[in-house]
Design a protein around this ligand. Structure first.
Ligand code: FAD
Length: 456
């Protein structure tokens, strides 16, 4: 073997880091990598998950882009694994594949009424405000009072975007349709509900503190949630992150409120029971059971049932991976079963030859972008040492896959195409003094990337 032809499916941070690490790694063979993504633009959830008003994190795109701009990784955007290209195709043209397809769906919240009109998954809303091409252009922002279920950073992102005055998002890359949608929103109250207490939240101090800096939004916390038990007190003294979170919340308890036109309420110790319907099948209220600490860092129900009138509800209870054709899938955890990135046969400890996984589809949807780097290192170590497991492709030529996509009429985009789209978006922003304005429709993204006339 002199050259490994490697396919990576998923051009999010996990896929890009894996390619970069392999190219830089010590090894006794050459490498040629093709990076596929179903979207016409790379960067996965950094482009389509990280909130638009987090420019510092969005800036990670610059580092990922530097990797691609080096020119030693071929990019094939707008190519969906499972339809445009299959496992058999990959086996014909590559020695191995790494799946880095992430997790883009909402995890389920199994309570009555969760499918009512006016009940949404956070992932769908995030996709909308981040200009994802595959979600509708409009979002029904008609509610005055909204509930957000969850106590992680995504719940805070969703709550912040709902509560923030849209003018304050105008310095970001949000597409015009998102600005117009948010501008029409009559929202006055956003209620965030967490099952446990302030010392057990999953969000980070930075994301929490930011809520208190929103213009014309009052932060409301409730004294009843701060009667800490011993386990909570211990968490606050022993964990710096929890300590800072407590400090931020305690400050808000002292603040005068009542002047802002919008309010963001944080409710703790609230176990979701039901989304209550009105006569027309629309969301009318959120019913929950008040919980109390169980002295071990968890909670138990108190039997006290409460109801808050709302007209929309968002569940932000986690993301979930999607199965890929021909690849083992763990339905319970929403991941590809693997041992340190080597994909395992269903219900067995045997590895599937030539197939690897990295990032959120390997590990589950937890952790920050930086974690996908250490993940990729582990997977790449096994790719390098796994030569005896690689496939023997019939046509490993670099032209083979291009011929295949062209024969199938797949309108793929490449690195030059991304540069075209990137420049186009930057130009759209210029007259408005904005860094960029995102192009949303997939056909426009593809046409601009490929240098074709819009609407052709
Ligand atoms: C709302 C939200 C906010 C976040 N904010 C932050 C933050 O502020 N800071 C931070 O560090 N982390 C943040 N994260 C976490 C971060 O986004 C993830 O850690 C990281 O994106 C995971 O990388 P990944 O490459 O595994 O998956 P992804 O980024 O999801 O990339 C997967 C890629 O695979 C592609 N793909 C999927 N299926 C197919 C297929 N069948 N064929 C071809 N391509 C496919 C997708 O289009 C996507 O481009 C946030 C996550 C979310 C959901």
């Amino acid at each position: 073997m002199t050259k490994l032809r490697l396919a990576i499916v998923g051009a999010g941070p996990a896929g890009i880091y894996a390619a970069d690490i392999l190219l830089k790694a010590e090894r006794n063979f050459d490498v040629s990598i093709d990076l596929f993504d179903r979207l016409p633009a790379p960067y996965g959830l950094v482009r389509y998950g990280v909130a638009p008003d987090h420019p510092r994190i969005k800036g990670i795109i610059t580092a990922l882009r530097e990797v691609l701009d080096r020119g030693d990784i071929r990019v094939f955007g707008n190519v969906n694994f499972g339809t445009d290209i299959t496992l058999d195709d990959l086996k014909k043209h590559y020695h191995a594949v790494i799946f880095a397809t992430g997790a883009v769906r909402d995890a389920d919240l199994d309570i009555p009424g969760i499918d009512l009109d006016g009940s949404y998954g956070a992932a769908d809303f995030v996709s909308w405000f981040d200009g994802h091409p595959d979600v509708p252009r409009t979002w029904p922002l008609e509610a005055q009072s909204v509930a957000v279920i969850g106590n992680g950073n995504v719940a805070l992102d969703v709550s912040r975007i709902l509560a923030k005055h849209p003018e304050d998002l105008l310095s970001t890359e949000i597409p015009d349709n998102v600005y117009e949608g948010l501008k029409a929103s009559p929202v006055t109250d956003v209620h965030v509900f967490g099952r446990r207490g302030p010392a057990q939240v999953k969000f980070t101090p930075l994301e929490l503190r930011e809520l208190g800096e929103l213009r014309d939004v009052d932060m409301i916390v409730y004294d009843e949630d701060f009667d800490y038990d011993e386990a909570s007190k211990a968490a606050i003294t022993s964990n710096k992150q929890v300590m800072v979170i407590d400090k931020v919340l305690q400050k808000w308890r002292q603040r005068d409120v009542g002047t802002a036109s919008r309010r963001l309420h944080l409710h703790f110790y609230a176990k979701p029971l039901e989304v209550v319907s009105d006569d027309e099948g629309r969301v009318a209220a959120f019913r929950y059971e008040r919980t109390t600490p169980d002295a071990e860092g968890g909670v138990v129900g108190t039997g006290e049932i409460r109801e808050v009138p709302i007209q929309a509800i968002y569940r932000a209870v986690g993301y979930f991976g999607s199965p890929l054709d021909g690849i083992p899938f763990d339905k319970r955890h929403g991941v590809i079963p693997n041992r340190e990135g080597m994909v395992l046969k269903k219900g067995s400890n045997d590895v599937v030859p030539g197939v690897y996984a990295t990032g959120w589809i390997k590990r589950g949807p937890v952790g920050l972008i930086g974690h996908t780097k250490s993940d990729a290192m582990e997977t790449i170590k096994h790719v390098i040492n796994g030569e005896s497991n690689w496939w023997a492709p019939a046509d490993p030529s670099e032209q083979g896959v291009i011929d295949l996509l062209e024969e199938r009429g797949v309108k793929y985009t490449d690195l030059d195409g991304w540069h075209n789209l990137d420049q186009h978006e930057v130009k759209l922003g210029e007259p408005h003094g904005r860094a960029r304005i995102k192009v949303v429709p997939r056909e426009d993204m593809v046409a601009i990337s490929r240098g074709e006339a819009l609407g052709a």
